[in-house]
Design a protein around this ligand. Structure first.
Ligand code: ADP
Ligand code: MG
Length: 181
């Protein structure tokens, strides 16, 4: 089976990168030619790999513009992409064009920004997907199903790189409580 757009979404710490790595292993077992990518702006970890919060990692290529993916089309069957929310709008057309070239595209990203707004190109990717894998984290307050990445600092820009020092996953009720406080 070829030509497929699979999208993984959820808040921070929901297991998106872990799921992406597991799916990559599945395709590797099928002898497909896989290449893993991430946006180069994400410098939180080594630039040459994607790393999950429970420290699983896999080699990746850092790119600054999604159109760089086309150069890999001849030697790649499966495009695995992490941190999709950090790419510009071009990621949508690139993913769709790759599926038209009979590629499998599996792409993972935050569906909500820190203000619980749809994040960047994720809404468009989700509406074009063949398959959506929506994950939850454990709510930091009540241990329920967290959908949101709440920022605990006072920074106001949408793109602020951080980990547990800056973000906590919250369920909808706890997120609404925080807004009232
Ligand atoms: P994501 O890419 O969505 O940020 P990762 O796959 O990198 O997620 O990390 C998932 C891991 O994060 C979990 O397996 C768990 O070990 C860890 N983790 C830390 N805090 C939480 C939390 N509040 N809820 C769920 N997992 C958490
Ligand atoms: Mg991740």
């Amino acid at each position: 089976e070829n030509a497929k757009l699979r999208v993984i979404c959820g808040p921070m710490f929901s297991g998106k990168t872990t799921k992406l790595i597991n799916i990559i292993h599945t395709y590797a077992a099928q002898d497909r030619r896989i290449q893993v990518f991430k946006p180069q702006l994400d410098h939180r970890y080594a630039t040459k790999e994607i790393v999950s919060h429970d420290n699983k990692s896999i080699a990746a290529i850092g790119i600054t513009n999604a159109e760089e993916l086309y150069a890999f089309a001849d030697k790649t069957d499966v495009f695995a992409i992490d941190e999709a929310q950090f790419f510009g709008d071009e990621i949508v057309n690139v993913c769709q064009s790759l599926t038209r070239k009979n590629k499998i595209v599996i792409i993972s990203g935050l569906d909500f920004d820190f203000k619980a707004r749809p994040f960047g190109s994720m809404p468009a990717l989700l509406s074009l997907a063949d398959e959506i894998i929506k994950l939850n984290a454990v709510c930091n307050f009540c241990a329920g199903h967290a959908s949101f990445s709440h920022r605990t600092t006072t920074e106001v820009e949408t793109l602020v790189l951080g980990e547990k020092d800056k973000y906590v996953p919250l369920c909808r009720s706890c997120y609404l409580e925080v807004l009232k406080a």
